[in-house]
Ligand binder design. Structure first.
Ligand code: CP
Length: 291
């Protein structure tokens, strides 16, 4: 049985095959691949895109979905997360999709269940399905020719699980990440080029991925207001000019902090295409993992 905890759980050939299925599902039409199957979603952190796209993906494949409302579950009566998952597993679901603030938690569940565990985001550690949908969006944009492409990942990289997964996945497909961030948001290591300002690298990158500032994961206050951060890191028409650059963001976008209103209307931004691709990629992942 296979789980998806980090992108390294899938070999490059498996990802190529996954993307073939993603293309097949890209119209998001209903089918019966998972008819009779049952998927459980368990979100201990807020979500708009990941949760709804997993649920839509499962339903489009003909599966049934049970979404545990963790706010009204017996967790509030002292049950551990491990016992919660063991009890759900005893109801014989075909997959459990989990988001949790604790790094490593989804991976620690794999030997306690009889079905695939899919990591929908664990703390600052990993968000494998987001990275896969980001890669798919880039692959499709460049007609598969990703070798030698460069992506600027802009903002709060240090606490971003999206960045953490992308900097591991994208280089496997020939894409070089360049980190653009103030010192306190950069990685502590120098595995990647890191610069302070997007203007330093705007003429060499093919893709810009803007990130949200994850205030909920900060132990100190870096800015009096996000407008202070936005002065240097908001993606604007002025920064982009007329360059042929793909603009991505995993969402949720903080308007005029991460990306300006104007750039959110710009045809170079493919953020909603990422969302559509997210459903198709998750359909392909569920088809691959559920037997
Ligand atoms: N990209 C992402 O994980 O969005 P949600 O938090 O809305 O799921």
């Amino acid at each position: 049985m296979k789980h998806l905890i980090t992108t390294s759980d899938f070999g490059s050939d498996e990802i190529e095959a996954l993307f073939e299925d993603t293309r097949m599902f890209n119209d998001l039409q209903s089918n019966t691949y998972l008819s009779g199957k049952l998927v459980v979603t368990l979100f201990f952190e807020n979500s708009t895109r990941t949760r709804s796209s997993f649920e839509i993906a499962a339903k489009r494949l003909g599966a049934e979905v049970v979404s545990l409302d963790v706010g009204t579950s017996s967790r509030s009566k002292g049950e551990t997360i491990f016992d919660t998952v063991a009890n759900l597993n005893a109801m014989k679901p075909d997959a459990i999709i989990i988001r949790h603030s604790e790094c490593g938690l989804p991976g620690s569940l794999t030997d306690k269940v009889d079905c695939p565990i899919i990591n929908a985001g664990d703390g600052t550690n990993a968000h494998p399905t987001q990275a896969l949908l980001d890669l798919f969006t880039i692959v499709e944009h460049f007609d598969g020719d990703t070798q030698g492409k460069k992506i600027a990942i802009v903002g709060d990289v240090k606490t971003s699980r999206v960045a953490a997964s992308n900097v591991k996945l994208l280089p496997r497909f020939g894409i070089e990440p360049i980190i653009v961030a103030p010192e306190h948001f950069k990685f502590n290591h120098n595995d990647f080029k890191q610069v302070n300002s997007l203007s330093e690298v705007i003429d060499e990158v093919d893709v810009v991925m803007s990130l949200r500032t994850q205030l909920e994961r900060h132990s100190e206050v870096y800015y009096a207001s996000l407008q202070e951060y936005a002065k240097d890191y908001c993606i604007t028409q002025e920064v982009f000019g007329d360059r042929d650059i793909l603009l991505l963001h995993p969402g949720p976008v903080n308007r005029n902090v991460d990306i300006s209103d104007e750039m959110l209307e710009d045809k170079r931004n493919k953020i909603l295409e990422q969302v559509t691709n997210g459903v198709a990629v998750r359909m392909a992942i569920l088809k691959k993992l559920i037997k």
